[in-house]
Design a protein around this ligand. Structure first.
Ligand SMILES: [Zn+2]
Length: 356
């Protein structure tokens, strides 16, 4: 456990007390914890725009690179907005009070080529339940490729990790689609049984079929060229992948967050653990919209079932509560600053530890 934790916060830091303040604030503003019209409107706008932009690429893209390239960039923006600002909320059942609407919004992940069952196990259960705990948090488990936590075993190639991070981050989504999900199914990583295991098998089949159809077969039918199809496929997924990975990594691995020793259950207060392991970054209104409030991962981690639309409203309450108890509220002034901190962290841990 980090040495500073107990002395700084004292025994009176309480998630329950913070939650009461947040619930009082929502009540005062006549807001519900889950769902809102604005996130529903946003989802409809993104889904409609995605279909229109995709159709435009297929219709006009084959005529000119100068039409296909910028439209593909716009498509990446809408894929990201859908993943981070709609599907992510839905996976936490925060998109709507209706579970049917959450399931529909969550299906956008299947549609793109991912698995909602694996995302739920990996992200909602493991990552959120064990943030920055090596061996438990899948977001910092890289099979030794990166040294994210100071307790990770040092390997000689880590000296280059700040250099190979970018190309590897670019391929993360493709590794999910073409290897990781199938490996999770083959090894039954989550020890699923019966109907749940069968559903995972069916979802992986359906999501790969949808991915191949949307991003390979249909584009080939329109472009009539494997080179153009590959260019469309790779540019969309490599750009999507690095953007998504960096948004998630800067929140927990950026030179200021703490890493805890392996433990099955959190050994300190829930909200305190999230404050010590998570950082926000300030940004402009477009980025807030694009990342679905994930520039405020502190609020998301303390209240994962709250719709992301409310994060700016509750930020001052969380910040005040942290200040009252002497707990740092980690926030970078810009996205650029959090990015620099992430790569500084990789560089710091690229050095061989003195005791090794
Ligand atoms: Zn989450």
């Amino acid at each position: 456990m980090p040495s500073t934790t107990e002395q700084q916060v004292g025994a009176d830091f309480s998630f329950k007390e913070l939650r009461n303040r947040i619930h009082a604030c929502l009540e005062e503003n006549n807001l519900q914890l889950k769902g809102s019209w604005s996130i529903l409107r946003k989802a409809i706008f993104i889904a409609t725009s995605w279909i229109l932009v995709y159709s435009a690429i297929m219709t006009y893209g084959p005529d000119s690179f100068w039409i296909a390239a910028p439209l593909t960039l716009v498509l990446v923006v809408f894929t990201l907005a859908m993943g981070l600002g709609v599907m992510h909320d839905a996976s936490h059942r925060a998109f709507s009070r209706s579970q049917i609407l959450n399931n529909i919004a969550n299906l956008t992940l299947t549609f793109m080529g991912g698995s909602t069952i694996i995302w739920y196990q990996d992200h909602v259960i493991s990552h959120h339940g064990h943030t920055n705990i090596p061996g438990k948090d899948p977001d910092i488990h890289t099979n030794g490729i990166f040294r994210f936590s100071p307790s990770d075993q040092y390997r000689w190639f880590h000296r280059f990790q700040h250099l190979y991070a970018v190309p590897l981050y670019c391929t993360k989504a493709l590794i999910w689609v073409w290897y990781e999900d199938m490996n999770i199914l083959a090894t039954n990583k989550y020890k699923l049984r019966g109907k749940r295991l069968f559903m995972l098998f069916m979802e992986i089949l359906a999501s790969r079929a949808s991915h191949i159809m949307l991003f390979i077969l249909v584009p080939y039918l329109f472009f009539q060229s494997w080179a153009w199809t590959a260019a469309f496929y790779l540019s969309h997924w490599l750009l999507f992948s690095i953007s998504m990975v960096l948004i998630f990594e800067v929140a927990h691995v950026a030179n200021c967050q703490e890493f805890f020793p392996e433990q099955d259950k959190l050994e300190i207060d829930w909200a305190l653990h999230q404050l010590l392991t998570t950082a926000n970054f300030k940004t402009n209104a477009f980025m807030v919209w694009l990342v679905g409030g994930l520039n405020q991962q502190i609020e998301h981690h303390i209240f994962p079932t709250m719709t992301s639309i409310h994060y700016p409203l509750i930020r001052p309450i969380v910040m005040d509560y942290a200040n009252e108890h002497g707990v740092p509220y980690l926030e970078y002034p810009k996205f650029r600053a959090s990015l620099a901190a992430h790569f500084r962290h990789l560089k710091n841990l690229s050095k061989r530890p003195a005791a090794a």
